[in-house]
Design a protein around this ligand. Sequence first.
Ligand SMILES: *Cc1c(COP(=O)(O)O)cnc(C)c1O
Length: 377
Amino acid sequence: MNVPFLDLRAQYDLIRDEIARAVQSVMENTAFAGGPFVEKFEEEFAAYCGGCRYAVGVGSGTEALWLALLAIGVGPGDEVITAPNSFIATAEAISYCGAKPVFVDIDEKTYTMDPRLLEAAISERTKAIVPVHLFGQSADMDPIVALGRKYGIPIIEDAAQAHGAKYKGRRVGSLGVAGCFSFYPGKNLGAYGEAGAVTTNDGSIAEAVRLLRDHGQASKHNHTMVGWNARMDGIQAAVLSVKLKRIDEWNSVRRQKAEKYRQGLSGVEGIMLPTAADYAEHVYHIYAIRVGNRDDLIRYLAERGIQCAVHYPVPIHLQPAYESLQLAQNEFPIAEKCAAEYVSLPLYAELTDDEVAYVCRNIKEWCGQASAVMSGT
Ligand SMILES: *Cc1c(COP(=O)(O)O)cnc(C)c1O
């Protein structure tokens, strides 16, 4: 049996006619950059994210983070606190504002920023806090928001992996001053190319992001600030409008598949399964287990047609790109330990129960062999 890590084709096959009509309609209207399809999707997505007042479409999740940080005034000399176990874009966006990323280690169960360690990282220079809703689970927002309030520091959510996820019943993207989303094709809500969005209830942030994404152009040929070209494509917006209607259903099937994995793998010696916190409605963008001898498991499964991935093997503070921060090994021990052990299993709405069972069976077989080797039998 072949189980790919991701199967975008299977999803496309289910919606191809509607996608074709949507894309054709963009072409008939020649609404390619920005325009009515983007505005329509912005309205729909804002409503989806807990009734946020605004969503502003941009070119990628990285741009969403960058422009949201610029919009709240992050600049050179500032510090922005985030987690070290994210995709590197979270830190890059901070760096591209001229600010310095400051990391806080993660909670060993939820893999998101540990709020107990946050206060110690706050300094006079801290201009924003960016918790990452990693793998589809919201960070523990109440204590983070409370600290933000105590020190007057805005919270910007990196929700790139968590479309539709909830924290205590509230949707991510509506929990801080702004939420940043990616619609990279492999995300839970994926475009057919690159796209992103910033959600917010703050009209001045929405307006600033709108200006920044369009060369600071307040009205035709009137540039009131130095901006950038970070607009969303009409075709991406039209595709996203089609897929947004189905995201809750797809997320709920993802949760069912995750439950199948949990049933199939619980009690298996030597592997740790993901934890859904009491406060969270997890949307399982990534189903990451943890295991000691990771490379061996990945190889074993690959030989049996099962494709896994690792998100992410090297934490951001240990990447060569961030050498200048001079953060040593062991600086964030939990993030480093998890990074060495994560294995992401295939998980998407189109994955069949048979495929989940096949993956579980092979993981169990591998665990059995590994423990036999250890006990010398
Ligand atoms: C995907 C991702 C991003 C970046 O989004 P792009 O659309 O690829 O630019 C940022 N943060 C996290 C946590 C991500 O997973």
